[in-house]
Design a protein around this ligand. Structure first.
Ligand SMILES: [Zn+2]
Length: 496
């Protein structure tokens, strides 16, 4: 019987964030151990879920280790890295002998000691299992692809969609390729090409008329060429200020290095040639408010693209909220402000009562000021919900202790205030706190692109709003120090 060992870790590290990512932050989102890794992943639309289901379909024996995931934030502490990666590698070592190792990871984890968190993880895994046991990893589209990742995994598979609606399929693909690898049918060789360009998140959207859509279509077409096993086209994670950051291409071919080289060169060149299309404008806050005022029908969705906790921003930015409160426009639902102190304050005040709040703007000074507001507490309590939209369907999202506040003179703005930092990517979040999103004139979501999967079907209009924050598309606002230079668009005269 085929025997594989599985496990992984997921963190996207925004090195500009002051939030240090420690073990409690992993525990808060997900830290599965032993059989829970399998039992809590069956049928869930994640890469791990896809791996578990496909391996069980084949009747494989799976030894689980651990799987940990934290909301994107700042650098991962030494303790958290060593506990998780150390535990994972120990579990893989203990599971020997195995026929293969399957690792759903993210690919943009930066730890205190290691810029390339996954490269170091894969190096240790390779050391533990030796050169002959196949290792396949599935990475997020926002992975920072590095020489160590390319060196230590036999096959690297990346998500092909943003919003990420295909991780489950990519997990299945990992099992399929593992089956062929174990059978000795294929002999993977890899070529990595790092393109000297950093791109903001919104134009990485892979539907509609975006540059990344065109590049992904090319990648999928090249993947069908004879001799190509798989292609990972990575948008990279721009907000990790490490030397390897940027767009990259990793092509895995069957035995023929020249095929991998040629295809990687072609796709990397196409990325470079498309670079100017990644420079996009976002709408100033005042202009967004005027467009909302002029709209006949809702819901208009305001995307707070710069305060996306899914990219490591604080999720307590107040600039758009302040403008909406001053606008007098009613029927607005604001998702979300992560501010545990204000949730506690709401609990003290009690449901149905009115009080003063010092809301948001507390994590750092990059997301607008703390607002003093008068609001009525509509509800307060612990909230979790199961995702029903196209992203992560079946997965549990934990908001933690959550309050809904009604602010403005007539309660015209409903503000969802949470304990946890959570990207608003599923309309179910609003329903879980008693707000029917379809019935609102405007919805504010702190998300760069992921919200589109769930909110495009209900939105009458989507406006990407230019507020300050750690996922701002304006890359010139960031104090990059460590990324390799020259790099586009930060420098002029970059050649590739
Ligand atoms: Zn991603």
């Amino acid at each position: 019987m085929t025997h594989v060992v599985i496990g992984g870790v997921s963190h996207e590290t925004n090195t500009f964030s002051p939030i240090r990512t420690d073990l409690p932050l992993f525990e808060r989102r997900a830290f599965l151990r032993g059989k829970d890794v399998i039992e809590q992943s069956r049928g869930v639309s994640t890469a791990l879920g896809g791996i578990v289901d496909a391996a069980e379909d084949r009747g494989w024996k799976m030894t689980p280790t651990l799987f940990a995931s934290a909301t994107p934030s700042g650098i991962v502490t030494r303790e958290a890295y060593e506990t998780i990666v150390g535990g994972l590698v120990q579990g893989i070592t203990d599971a020997q002998p195995v026929d293969g190792v399957l690792l759903p990871l993210h690919g943009a984890m930066v730890a205190e000691e290691f810029d390339d968190g996954e490269g170091e993880l894969l190096r240790r895994v390779r050391e533990a299992v030796g050169p002959n046991v196949p290792v396949i990893t599935v990475l997020d589209f926002h992975a920072t692809l590095t020489p160590a990742i390319a060196a230590h995994a036999d096959i690297v598979i990346g998500y092909e969609t943003y919003p990420h609606i295909d991780p489950y399929q990519r997990g299945g693909e990992a099992v399929e390729l593992m089956e062929r690898l174990i059978a000795g049918e294929i002999k993977p060789v890899r070529t990595l090409r790092q393109v000297p360009m950093l791109t903001p998140l919104p134009p990485q959207f892979t539907w509609g008329p975006t540059p990344m859509n065109d590049l992904m279509q090319l990648s999928l077409q090249l993947e069908k060429e004879p001799g190509v096993l798989c292609i990972m086209l990575a948008g990279g994670f721009t907000y990790s200020d490490i030397p390897d950051s940027g767009v990259a291409v990793l092509v895995t071919a069957d035995a023929d290095q020249s095929v991998a080289d040629r295809v990687a060169d072609q796709l990397a060149r196409a990325c470079w040639d498309a670079r100017e299309r990644f420079l996009i404008g976002v709408t100033p806050v005042d202009e967004a408010i005027e467009r909302l005022r002029a709209s006949a029908q809702g819901p208009v969705v305001f995307a707070d693209v710069a305060d996306n906790p899914g990219a490591g921003a604080s999720c307590d930015g107040t600039v758009i909220l302040d403008a909406l409160l001053n606008s007098g426009i009613d029927g607005v639902a604001f998702g979300i402000i992560a501010d545990p102190e204000s949730v506690d304050r709401a609990a003290e005040i009690g449901a149905g009562k009115r009080g003063t709040f010092q809301l948001g703007g507390k994590v750092d000074d990059l997301h607008g000021p703390t607002l003093q507001i008068e609001a009525t507490v509509r509800s307060v309590g612990d909230v979790s919900f199961t995702n029903t939209g196209p992203m992560g369907r079946g997965a549990l999202t934990r908001l933690g202790n959550t309050a809904v506040l009604e602010a403005g003179p007539h309660g015209e703005v409903e503000i969802v205030v949470t304990e946890n930092r959570v990207q608003v990517l599923d309309p179910e979040l609003f329903r879980a706190v008693g707000i029917p999103p379809e019935q609102r004139r405007a919805l504010v979501v702190k998300s760069s692109v992921h919200f589109r999967a769930g909110f495009e079907p209900i939105a009458t209009e989507i406006i990407e709003v230019d507020a300050p924050g750690l996922s701002s598309p304006n890359l010139f606002r960031f104090p990059f120090e460590r990324v390799r230079r020259p790099i586009w668009p930060l420098d002029e005269g970059v050649e590739f």
